[in-house]
Design a protein around this ligand. Structure first.
Ligand SMILES: NC(=O)c1ccc[n+]([C@@H]2O[C@H](COP(=O)([O-])OP(=O)(O)OC[C@H]3O[C@@H](n4cnc5c(N)ncnc54)[C@H](OP(=O)(O)O)[C@@H]3O)[C@@H](O)[C@H]2O)c1
Length: 260
């Protein structure tokens, strides 16, 4: 058995597996021989992915079609995964709302908090406890480079990603002595459906494949992964600039990247 599978197997949970970064995580984990619980709302996509990965890699892939913004989403996941050893949790499902916060629909902003923050917290609490008891495992949180500085018109999204980053950093320190690895993955623009929905020009974006590859490589070696030189520079430079300047720069980057 490979070291990776031994440490983070035999089962992994991937939220937001129906598209882009989550789908890429599922592919790379299946190639490493992990069995998968694939979670998202679009059931047909999950079924197609599960069948493709099972036949290509000889793994067991099961789907859980659930809306993680719903009040009791965890009970459905708990009942299906009960009795399985979950060694890796990829807290990936997430989305943004674009526009002036006070003009946006408040229900949409609260749903964003549920998907981007509440669900990762509840899943990490549930499966992190099991990993702690077993003294092995891993959790990856999808933060973002906008966790380092806010971008107006993505205000609530940036705040949610800062939450994910802080949650991952604190949890990593708590779990270290129990042999559980926690990583905050902080991508910049990545070519995904998210980008299309947010109308971001993908010229400066990375593909999901190297982003995921770096995350799986950094897990257990580092607490944060920022893929790509430009993103590394952008996130690092926020440490030395006034916060108001960071916000100004991020505002310009998002504005100029957005197609009209
Ligand atoms: N793309 C980027 O530039 C970028 C940069 C930094 C960070 N990120 C983060 O990376 C993660 C993945 O984003 P992506 O770019 O791959 O976006 P994406 O292509 O839009 O995928 C988002 C995934 O989240 C799932 N999801 C959304 N709402 C859900 C809900 N209520 N219940 C269950 N699943 C839900 C979607 O599945 P269903 O619609 O089928 O439910 C989909 O599988 C997000 O957390 C995002 O914030 C992305």
């Amino acid at each position: 058995m490979s070291d990776f599978k031994n440490k983070y197997g035999p089962w992994a949970i991937v939220t937001g597996a129906s598209s882009s970064i989550g789908m890429e995580f599922s592919r790379q984990l299946a190639a490493k021989g992990l069995n998968l619980f694939l979670i998202a709302r679009r059931e047909e996509r999950l079924k197609a992915l599960a069948s493709d990965l099972s036949s290509k890699h000889g793994i067991d892939a099961r789907i859980i079609a659930v809306d993680v913004s719903s009040e009791d989403f965890l009970s459905g996941i708990r009942s299906v995964t009960s009795g399985f050893e979950i060694g890796l949790l990829i807290n990936n499902a997430g989305f943004t709302n674009t526009g002036a916060l006070v003009e946006n629909n408040l229900e949409d902003e609260i749903r964003l908090l549920h998907v981007n923050c509440r669900a990762p917290l509840m899943l990490a609490h549930e499966f992190g406890k099991q990993m702690k008891d077993r003294k092995k495992g891993g959790i990856i949180f999808l933060a973002s480079i906008v966790a380092f500085a806010s971008a107006p018109r993505w205000t609530n999204y940036c705040a949610s990603k800062a939450y994910d980053l802080m949650l991952a950093e604190g949890l990593a320190a708590e779990m270290k002595e129990y042999g559980v690895d926690v990583l905050a993955l902080c991508p910049g623009f990545t070519r995904t459906e998210f980008q299309k929905l947010a109308r971001i020009n993908d010229l400066i974006a990375m593909d999901a494949e190297p982003v995921v590859c770096m995350a799986l490589d950094k897990l257990g070696k580092s607490g944060i992964a920022v893929p790509g030189l430009f993103n590394k520079f952008a996130s690092f430079s926020t440490r030395f600039q006034p916060r108001s300047l960071n916000t100004f720069i991020y505002k310009q980057v998002i504005r100029h990247s957005q197609q009209h």
